[in-house]
Design a protein around this ligand. Sequence first.
Ligand code: 1GP
Length: 244
Amino acid sequence: MRVEDYIQKGRLLGVLIDPEKAADHVSLLRRIGVADFLLVGGSTATGEMTERTVRRIKGMTNKPVVLFPGSPKQFTKEADALLFLSVMTSKDAEMLAGRHIAAARKIKESGVETIPMGYILIDGGRESSVQKVSGAEALRQTETEKIVDTAIACCLLGKRLIYLEAGSGAAVPVRKEIISAVRKEVDVPLIVGGGICTREQMEQAYEAGADIVVIGNYLENHPEQAYIFGNHKQTNQICHKNKL
Ligand code: 1GP
């Protein structure tokens, strides 16, 4: 099944694995076990690290492995799909289209499934690594109307997925009122991530309209807590053949 079709099911948990943070086998297994699919990416990971990490995960599970790249160098044809993201809150043309042009031919020739995604950075209470690396601005959590307008613009631009991002390790996740306001105006699947550390926060995001919740830091630091986020929907129809 194509990843884009799979994510239409909703109430999915994506676990983000940063290739720069080497994880032991048990830690990775725990995180893979609770995920519906894996996201691989980091702000400054190299291509080699990314490819090694994708191969490693694919050697442990048949759950989809999706690239969430911090730069074009992080593309690898080993992945099942690529989130081809435009940082909608950036004023830097490179973040909106320039880097995409640089990587376009390689991506097309690889045949890897590519999902155009609008990435909306929202203030999570501390400067995120994506802000440091890209210089992208974060919209304030009080700017609901602007966030919704940005999401509408994503759809008008043909994005088929929207990521509401409070930033890696955010002190405050995206408010549920923002998620529901966006949900009311757009039909494309919504990903919500940044600073989610509890089951309650995850459930609130789903209830407000998130189709996918992404957790990175918390599970990286507390892999033994992964079970808390498990069985987050009644029928988890994931996966082809589960190697775990
Ligand atoms: C970061 O939204 C993801 O891009 C995940 O954030 O690491 O804070 O869970 P956390």
